[in-house]
Design a protein around this ligand. Structure first.
Ligand code: FE2
Length: 283
C-alpha cells in the first residue's frame, strides 16, 4: 500500500476546515450540562437562533401530534420534550448536515453514515440505561460522533491513488493507518479535542475500534464499540469493509452482556431509529 504525503499537522489542518458546532447549539448543550440550567435560561439561548427555534417547536409539535393545543413557545417545548430529548435532538440536528452527506471515499451513499451514527448513538444510550451507568447522554453523543474522523479522510481517500482492488481485503482502519499514519478513531478524537468536547467523549471516539486499549471510561468505550460493530455487521452505514471490524468479546463481557442481549438491543435500536428519523426529518 502506498503511503501518502500527509503529516499529522496537515491532517489536523484538514480537520480544522470542518465547520464547527453551531454556536447556539454549543451554548444550549453547555447550559443543559450545567447544574444551574433551567428551562427559561435554555429557552433564551435557543430563541437567539431562528433556525434552532423553528426546529425545537417542530420537534415538540411532531412528538405531541394531535394535542389539542399547539406548542407555540420554546419554553413549552422544553417542558414537554424534557431536557434529555432536547439535548439529543439539538446534538443530532447540529451534526446532521455533516453526517448526512455521501462519503464516496468510503463508498457510503448519502444518509448511510448518518444512519450508522444515529443507530450507534441510540444503542450506546440504551446500554447505558439498561446497565444504569448514568452516562446516557454521553453514550449517545459518543455513538453519534465516533466516526467523525472519516469526514476528513473521506476527501483524502477520494483524491488518493489507492488501488481500489485492495479495499475489499483490508478494513478502512488498516487502509487509513497505512496511508495516513493514523486511523479515523485517532483523528476523530483530535477533532473532538479541538471542539472542546468532554474528555470521556474524546476517549470513546479514540478507542471505539480497540476498546481494550482504553484506560479510562471503559464502559462508555465498550458500549460504543459493541453497538458500532453490530451496526457494521448488520450492514447499516458500511462501505465495502463492513465485515472487517471484529467484535471484541471482552467489551461485551465487560458490559455483562450476552450475544442474545445484543441482538435484542439491536431490535430496539431499529425501532427507536425509525422514530427519531421521523422526528428529525432531514430528508
Ligand atoms: Fe469507526
Amino acid at each position: 500500500m502506498k503511503m501518502m504525503r500527509y503529516s499529522l499537522d496537515q491532517l489536523i489542518k484538514e480537520a480544522d476546515k470542518l465547520p464547527p458546532i453551531p454556536q447556539a447549539a454549543q451554548k444550549a448543550l453547555a447550559l443543559i450540562r450545567s447544574p444551574e440550567s433551567s428551562a427559561s435560561a435554555l429557552s433564551r439561548v435557543i430563541e437567539m437562533d431562528q433556525v434552532l427555534t423553528t426546529q425545537v417547536l417542530r420537534w415538540a409539535n411532531s412528538a405531541y401530534y394531535g394535542m389539542e393545543n399547539r406548542i407555540s413557545t420554546v419554553q413549552q417545548a422544553i417542558v414537554v420534550l424534557g431536557l434529555e430529548i432536547i439535548q439529543e435532538l439539538i446534538m443530532t440536528y447540529s451534526f446532521s448536515d455533516r453526517l448526512y452527506k455521501p462519503l464516496p471515499g468510503y463508498e457510503l451513499q448519502r444518509g448511510e453514515l448518518w444512519q450508522h451514527a444515529l443507530g450507534t448513538a441510540i444503542g450506546a444510550k440504551l446500554i447505558s440505561k439498561k446497565l444504569h451507568l448514568k452516562i446516557d447522554e454521553d453514550a449517545y453523543f459518543a455513538g453519534l460522533l465516533c466516526d467523525i474522523g472519516k469526514l476528513v479522510f473521506e476527501k483524502l481517500l477520494r483524491e488518493s491513488e489507492i488501488n481500489r482492488s485492495e479495499w475489499g481485503q483490508h478494513s478502512f482502519l488498516e487502509l487509513e493507518r497505512n496511508s495516513f499514519g493514523i486511523d479515523h478513531a485517532m483523528l476523530g478524537a483530535e477533532i473532538a479535542r479541538r471542539w472542546q468536547l468532554p474528555e470521556n467523549l474524546v476517549t470513546a471516539i479514540a478507542h471505539h475500534h480497540e476498546p481494550q486499549s482504553a484506560e479510562n471510561h471503559v464502559l462508555l468505550v465498550a458500549a460504543v464499540h459493541v453497538v458500532d460493530v453490530s451496526m457494521m455487521t448488520l450492514g447499516v452505514g458500511i462501505g465495502i469493509d463492513g465485515l472487517q471490524y471484529p467484535l471484541d468479546n471482552a467489551a461485551l463481557n465487560r458490559l455483562g452482556m450476552t450475544f442474545e442481549d445484543l441482538f435484542h438491543l439491536i431490535e430496539q435500536v431499529a425501532e427507536q431509529c425509525a422514530k427519531a428519523k421521523e422526528m428529525i426529518s432531514i430528508v
